[in-house]
Design a protein around this ligand. Structure first.
Ligand code: NAD
Ligand code: GLY
Length: 359
């Protein structure tokens, strides 16, 4: 087992990464604060992993809310359903919400924990690769709105993240590949050596080899913890870099009603679009663009043909949270391992990129 730390002063917290952590109540118990527990999970994950988690809980009251599975259920209405349970059962400020599942469950449960009585404890128990390497760490919580993804949310850091890498064994291959998009993102944005490692070890990851997966969870969490420690609320620019590929990807997701591609797949195509636009601006080299495109394709992720008209994609990009003073800011690449945030780019470069990759 490895323990990393997200350094945020009094709100610092550990990330535990290890094989079969859920089967070790003695490891989990000290990380579960409070009196009453509300476990939020979904109808797919709960049958697989709820029982061991229940065994680890101290002998206090605990309830479960199981959401229907899927991104379309990451709604304010479902968050309200969970809040109703907390209120109906008179949970107090010393209650703890435990999110057991992927990023959809984690984001929604985190949002509930942020809102209930102005904030109660949250423990993230991520069970997808995407959630273990990204969404469970860093305190971004949200639900979607028909007008856009993650438009309603709050920053609320967990008190602990417990990433049991053994849970990845039951993950459908398509979901594993979607998680790899966020992993590739870390290499692209700040760690060229990690990107190269991924180029070399991709077959082991796709085959679900435990050691390779544990390595990418650890390295990704190290990078994310470092960035969140520097810029918790995305105020200084560092954290915005984590959105590499996301502004393009979110536009496709919301334009297609979250039904065409998984979030990670949209991010995969978004990374290619960010790299292609960087090339349009004379930044990444043609060889690097090929390497990026190739790795994403080898990971089994889409790289183009979102089935969205370029103009529609642009409209959706314009309601992104990175619009500042009416100008859309984008995360682009100088080279592999070096990303930057900018509002200073020619509009036609963006339009050409969308024309080439959306359609
Ligand atoms: P998800 O939560 O929908 O999980 C993917 C699928 O895998 C679901 O069907 C789920 O039920 C199933 N599943 C989960 N764990 C499993 C397991 N161990 N075995 C078998 N099946 C399992 O999707 P995701 O990719 O984990 O998360 C995507 C969400 O995360 C999006 O809503 C996105 O906006 C959000 N996100 C948030 C952040 C953040 O910083 N908060 C970062 C990235 C993504
Ligand atoms: N996934 C983007 C962030 O956590 O900031």
């Amino acid at each position: 087992m490895e323990t990393l730390k997200v350094e945020l002063g009094t709100r610092s917290y550990p990330i535990l990464i290890g094989e079969r952590l859920l089967a070790q109540p003695q490891v989990l118990r000290p990380l579960l604060p409070g009196r009453d527990f509300l476990i939020v999970s979904n109808t797919t994950v709960a049958p697989l992993y709820l029982a061991p988690l229940l065994e680890a809980l101290p002998a206090h009251r605990h309830l479960e809310v199981l959401l229907p599975d899927g991104e379309v259920h990451k709604t304010l209405a479902n968050a309200a359903r969970v809040l109703d349970v907390l209120i109906a059962n008179r949970f107090g400020r010393d209650a703890t919400v435990i999110a057991l599942g992927g990023g959809v469950v984690g984001d929604l449960a985190g949002f509930v924990a942020a809102c209930y009585q102005r904030g109660i404890a949250l423990v993230q128990v991520p069970t997808t690769l995407l959630a273990q390497v990204d969404s469970a760490v860093g305190g971004k919580t949200a639900v979607n709105h028909p007008g856009g993804k993650n438009l309603i949310g709050a920053f609320h850091q967990p008190v602990a993240v417990i990433a049991d890498t053994a849970t990845l064994a039951t993950l459908p291959p398509r979901e594993l590949r979607a998680g790899l998009a966020e992993v590739i993102k870390y290499g692209l944005l700040c760690d060229a050596a990690f990107f190269e490692w991924l180029e070399q070890h991709l077959p082991e990851l796709l085959a679900g080899k435990a050691e390779a997966l544990a390595y990418v969870v650890r390295r990704s969490c190290e990078i994310k913890a470092m960035i969140v420690g520097k810029d918790e609320r995305e105020e200084r620019g560092d954290r915005a870099l984590l959105n590499l590929g996301h502004t393009f990807g979110h536009a496709v997701e919301s334009a297609t009603g979250y039904r065409k591609w998984l979030h990670g797949e949209a991010v995969g195509a978004g990374l290619v679009m960010a790299a292609a636009m960087s090339r349009e601006l004379g930044l990444v080299s043609p060889e690097e663009l090929v390497r990026i495109h190739t790795l994403i394709e080898r990971a089994g992720l889409p790289t183009r043909d979102a089935g969205v008209a370029p103009g529609t994609a642009l409209e959706h990009m314009r309601i992104d949270k990175k619009v500042l003073a009416g100008r859309l800011r984008l995360v682009l690449l100088r080279r592999i391992g070096n990303a930057f945030l900018t509002a200073d780019y020619p509009e036609d470069a963006l339009e050409r990129t969308l024309q080439a990759y959306c359609g």
